[in-house]
Design a protein around this ligand. Structure first.
Ligand SMILES: [Zn+2]
Length: 350
């Protein structure tokens, strides 16, 4: 109960007490609260308490879309892994406004999160969502397609050709079940709604007055990644090829591929870079993540050249990547990533 409600209740209690007390001064009787007035006040309190309950419910999803460029908004989600508290929400849903309606990038992780995200879209525009891009196969980015399709059945959903293949092979169901385990059932009811339109590098999707250019340079974070450039707004949605303040799982991709993909997209000279997780930024934000990947790969090369084992990479990266130690996922992933990079260096030698 908030302070305002407490105050109202104490004022009313005093008024009711005085209304119920016998007055020994008949000249003040018209200042006493009547029973009609008392019931008005009680109904006011009730509606106050109801309003508070509604506010508390909305606060369960305390995220909002922030404008990051012309006609472009991002909701920067939590950076922790899916858990019962965040109900699976951990990514950066994006919105681009066009003359034909809204285009959404990565609507989120479950049908429930998707509904919450869609409700917040209304704060920026009442236009319908006419298209959705899914940046890659990882379910925290796209299982909320279900909520978008339910609200906007005509919305076209786009994903990389390889993503459509992976969903066809059951990877969507795997993600539904992973999400359910991690959120301890908070995602229950979520179903696979796959992208139905395949895109690949250099494709341009025109929506109203706005062009969306697809970038895909082979395996990077996964083999299903697309980056979506909106040249008109000088913006690119990077998916998980670039993260900020969070270390992703890299096991579905390669260090070499991710590093070369980032170097290529940096050549496009874009003003606003939107990572899959963490704060939106400029070139410097992208370079910071590139440096993390490069440090891991270089440590693996060093270990290999010195005839050390894959497990020895960690001793090097603990020093060379210390600046990233507060990023979410760092302590769990640094060891496995060193071993992964070592395997790549070894494979490149043969
Ligand atoms: Zn991912």
């Amino acid at each position: 109960m908030n302070t305002l409600t407490k105050l109202i209740i104490s004022v009313i209690s005093a008024a009711l007490l005085s209304a119920c007390s016998p007055s020994n001064d008949s000249s003040t009787s018209n200042e006493n609260i009547s029973s009609d007035q008392a019931s008005d006040v009680i109904s006011n309190i009730t509606s106050e308490i109801k309003t508070e309950a509604v506010t508390e419910k909305t606060d369960a999803f305390p995220y909002a879309f922030e404008q990051v460029a012309n006609n472009t908004w991002v909701m920067h989600g939590p950076r922790e892994l899916p858990n019962p508290e965040n109900r699976g929400f951990m990514n950066n849903p994006g919105i681009v406004k066009t003359s034909a309606g809204l285009v959404m990038i990565d609507p989120g992780s479950t049908v429930h999160v998707g509904k919450d995200v869609l409700a917040k879209v209304k704060d920026i525009s009442n236009l319908p969502i006419v298209a959705v891009f899914n940046t890659h196969i990882h379910g925290d980015h796209w299982l909320a397609n279900q909520a978008v399709k339910a609200a906007y059945p005509d919305a076209k959903i786009y994903g990389h050709t390889e993503m459509l293949v992976e969903v066809e092979n059951g990877e969507g169901e795997n993600w539904v079940s992973t999400m359910n385990t991690l959120t301890e059932g908070a995602s229950l009811g979520t179903e696979v709604v796959a992208p139905e339109h395949a895109v690949d590098n250099t494709d341009i999707i025109k929506v109203g007055d706005t062009e969306f250019t697809i970038h895909h340079y082979g395996v990077a974070h996964t083999k299903t990644d697309i980056m979506i450039e909106v040249a008109k707004n000088s913006v690119v949605f990077l998916g998980d090829n670039v993260l900020s303040l969070r270390i992703p799982r890299t096991s579905d991709g390669t260090f070499q591929g991710n590093i070369s993909t980032i170097n290529t997209i940096l050549e496009a000279n874009i003003t606003t870079y939107i990572p899959g997780h963490g704060p939106t930024g400029d070139k410097a934000m992208v370079e910071e993540y590139l440096n993390y990947l490069a440090q891991i790969y270089q440590a693996a090369q060093k270990a290999f050249e010195e005839d050390l084992d894959s497990s020895d990479v960690l001793a090097i990266t603990k020093e060379t990547t210390a600046a990233y130690k507060d990023w979410h996922g760092y302590s769990e992933l640094l060891g496995p990533q060193g071993a992964q990079a070592y395997g790549e260096v070894e494979a490149a030698e043969f």
